[in-house]
Design a protein around this ligand. Structure first.
Ligand code: HAM
Length: 433
């Protein structure tokens, strides 16, 4: 019978010694731990929400003419005839949870972080999947520009802590309901005469969501689209002040930024600040982080009129960036000792020793299968074990411990004496009894 396979655009994340590339759990754990720890330095703490929600939540929140809602949601009807959707992003759910659980009110700032799988029916390619993972933070109630800067700074800090450097921060302001209608009219009028030279998507967006025209990636449209007047020339007084404050705050922290006049983001809830962090070396799907301010979403979701700002990065893309910069990324934890068996009669000794080492919190392994010396040594090397301990053979029988350092290749003999093998190994691993 043919074996069943995973669905295109999804991935198995394997234990380190089985996987390759970015789909190794050790790397994921390191990234997740780093992101949560760095976010906590600024007061962001984890929240977990369900993986599916009512379809209505995303239609209302993200905008019914966005690509995500129109074409990319995994939606289904359950047995009770409810319309449900696998979450395509985190923000709408976090806002719902904030309202539903009474996490805050209009006088407080809630700082929330989240991690987990998201689902979008996009065309799969490197860095773009149908089940992918995001780490995000949301600052709900954060009304000031310093909150926008705080959010960007958290992502900047995470990226730096993970050893990623070849990135650029792109910023823009997408205005607010006071100034954006006027700019929409300006854009419509600007593109009207060129519609015949633009792609079908552009013509469609000209009618439904003219701002999104600026986001078109079709090479044939680029010249015309770049001629658009920048949105930041049409901001109302409040948005213009926020835009100036954003640039000032980033300069103060010496976070380099570029003004991308065509950055409008793919979701409709954004107001004022929009930002993306792009990696230069991971190809077409180079946007690692995306986010911005969404002052209208809480009220549009049935909550009070509370402003908010946040962002999220794609875990897979961040891992691609980490690997692009350091292809020899170390695995999460190397076995401290690998016990190599010499002779059948030491089988019980090995089992007891492994058990006792692990009781003391030491990562210690042995080979499965063949007892051939060469095969055991290869298994030790494959797991990147730090030291091999030879159990059995002449030295062992005469009370000497033979240990090989797998990095330097040097061998050392230690007289066990009355001390005992376990105590010798514990001492070596820095544990005194
Ligand atoms: P987004 O730009 O749609 O924003 O997604 C954020 C990040 O998720 C992207 O920059 C990318 O790294 C990753 N991503 C998105 N789609 C895929 C995919 N199909 N495969 C792999 N990675 C992907 C949001 O989702 C907003 N909720 C961010 C936000 C939070 N804004 C305010 N708060």
């Amino acid at each position: 019978m043919a074996a069943l396979q995973r669905i295109k655009g999804t991935n198995d994340i394997l234990p380190d010694h089985l996987g390759s590339g970015i789909f190794r759990l050790g790397l994921w754990h390191r990234l997740e731990e780093t992101a949560l720890r760095v976010a906590a330095l600024s007061g962001y703490h984890e929240i977990r929400t369900p993986i599916f929600e009512s379809t209505e939540l995303f239609v209302r929140g993200l905008g019914d003419v966005t690509d995500v809602v129109k074409k990319e949601m995994f939606s289904f009807t359950d047995r009770g005839e409810r319309q449900l959707t696998l979450r395509p992003e985190g923000t709408a759910s976090i806002v719902r949870a904030w309202i539903e659980n009474g996490i805050g009110n209009s006088d407080s700032v809630a700082r929330l972080a989240y991690l987990g799988p998201m689902f979008r029916a996009e065309r799969p390619q490197k860095g773009r999947y149908r089940q992918f993972h995001q780490f995000g933070i949301e600052c709900i109630g954060g009304a000031e520009v310093r909150h926008d800067i705080e959010v960007i700074a958290v992502f900047w800090n995470i990226i730096r802590t993970l050893g990623v450097h070849a990135v650029s921060l792109k910023i823009n302001s997408v205005g607010c309901p006071t100034c954006i209608p006027r700019y929409r009219e300006v854009l419509r009028a600007h593109f009207e005469p060129s519609l015949k030279d633009l792609c079908g998507d552009c013509s469609e967006r000209h009618k439904t969501n003219v701002l999104r025209m600026l986001d078109c990636k079709n090479p044939a449209c680029q010249d015309i689209l770049s001629s658009a007047p920048p949105l930041t020339d049409y901001l109302c007084e409040e948005c213009a002040a926020a835009w100036a404050g954003l640039r000032h705050g980033l300069d103060l922290l010496q976070i380099p930024w570029q003004h991308d006049t065509r950055l409008v983001r793919g979701l409709d809830y954004y107001t004022k600040t929009a930002f993306e962090i792009v990696h230069e070396a991971i190809g077409a799907q180079g946007t690692i982080v995306g986010g911005g301010r969404y002052d209208g979403l809480v009220a549009a979701s049935g909550g009070p009129a509370v402003p908010a700002v946040g962002g999220a990065f794609g875990v897979e893309r961040m891992l691609l960036a980490m690997q692009a910069e350091d292809p020899t990324l170390p695995l999460r934890e190397r076995p401290r000792f690998f016990l190599v068996q010499i002779g059948d009669e030491v089988d019980d000794d090995i089992e007891r020793l492994l058990f006792e080492l692990r009781l003391h919190g030491i990562h210690a392994l042995r080979a499965d299968g063949s007892r051939q010396l060469g095969k055991q040594m290869r298994a030790a090397a494959k797991l990147a074990s730090r030291e091999v301990v030879f159990v059995g053979g002449q030295e062992w029988n005469s009370g000497t411990l033979l240990i090989k350092d797998m990095d330097s290749g040097e061998q050392e003999s230690i007289v066990v004496g009355s001390y005992g093998v376990l105590a010798c190994l514990l001492k070596r691993a820095g544990i005194e009894r």
